[in-house]
Design a protein around this ligand. Structure first.
Ligand SMILES: N[C@@H](CCC[C@H](N)C(=O)O)C(=O)O
Length: 268
């Protein structure tokens, strides 16, 4: 069976988008998602995104990391889905309902209300998630935030100085994080956040939308910046708004790169 796909990205965080809202597609498995995402032998992407019909919202968005694992949220893919859908929409994700509003160059997304309780991150044992009494080599005293998916955030003097390719996998897989974790390294300059992210199940990416949301929330909570705040990622900037008790609003670009088809049997 030939399956159509759309290659899209948000600030260089790239996706294979499969649209099963009208057409019936074979079930995506961990194995097929990882095979399609493989940059040497497949089509290649950071995340495979599956759009489906939903009984609770305008449609459902499912997210598979490049290691094949299905996860709850993806900020950059939310903007890509908004561009594809073309009109405001409520979207069901495993991390909760999010709301998309397309803009001229991408989308504004209501990502929902963040959680801070240790067991909703989740962590392995109780601690203050605003300033955690833990460290890994040069990285210490992080914050943790769940924005649909789990994030740990380290504030440092210069995020470029951190060997994230080595420390990222170490922290991602630490037993403190029973569902693994996305690792964010941030510095603050002139009221803006500079951010690099080691994504759970995908590694270093050019941008992480949920990472930008979680880091902005953690920085606002620690009194380091005020809302709204610009978060600069290697792939470009996102604007994030958040006030205590409210939803996180993310705004930024999304891009369609090309459309194609693949033979399902090659990746099943
Ligand atoms: N690239 C994404 C996040 C994708 C999921 C993440 N790696 C996880 O495992 O939670 C974004 O833009 O938010």
């Amino acid at each position: 069976m030939r399956v159509p796909f759309i290659k899209m990205h948000g600030l260089g965080n790239d996706f294979i988008m499969l649209d099963a809202r009208e057409a019936e597609l074979p079930a995506v498995t961990e194995r097929s998602a990882a095979a399609l995402a493989n940059r040497r032998t497949g089509i290649g992407c950071d995340q495979l995104i599956l759009l489906e019909r939903s009984a609770n919202a305008d449609f459902r968005m499912r997210i598979f990391n490049s290691d094949g694992g299905e996860v709850e949220a993806c900020g950059n893919a939310a903007r890509a889905a908004a561009l594809l859908h073309g009109e405001p929409a409520k979207v069901e994700t495993d991390g909760g309902i999010i709301e998309l509003s397309p803009t001229q160059s991408g989308a504004r997304v209501d990502m929902g209300v963040p959680s801070f309780e240790w067991d909703s991150i989740p962590l392995d044992y109780a601690m203050d998630t605003a300033a955690m009494p833990v460290s890994w080599e040069m990285l210490g005293n992080p914050s943790a935030v769940n924005v649909g998916n789990p994030h740990v955030i380290f504030f440092v003097r210069d995020c470029e100085d951190v060997p994230l390719d080595r420390l990222g996998p170490l922290i991602e897989n630490d037993p403190l994080f029973p569902t693994r974790i996305n690792v964010n390294i941030a510095d603050i300059r002139n009221g803006a956040v500079n951010l690099r992210v080691w994504e759970r199940g995908a590694g270093l990416t050019r941008a992480c939308g949920t990472g930008a949301c979680a880091t902005a929330v953690a920085a606002i909570r620690r009194g380091l910046v005020a809302s709204p705040v610009t978060v600069n990622l290697p792939g470009g900037p996102l604007q994030i708004e958040w006030n205590e008790g409210g939803s996180i609003i993310m705004e930024g670009p999304a891009t369609e790169a090309y459309r194609g088809t693949f033979e399902w049997a090659d990746y099943a």
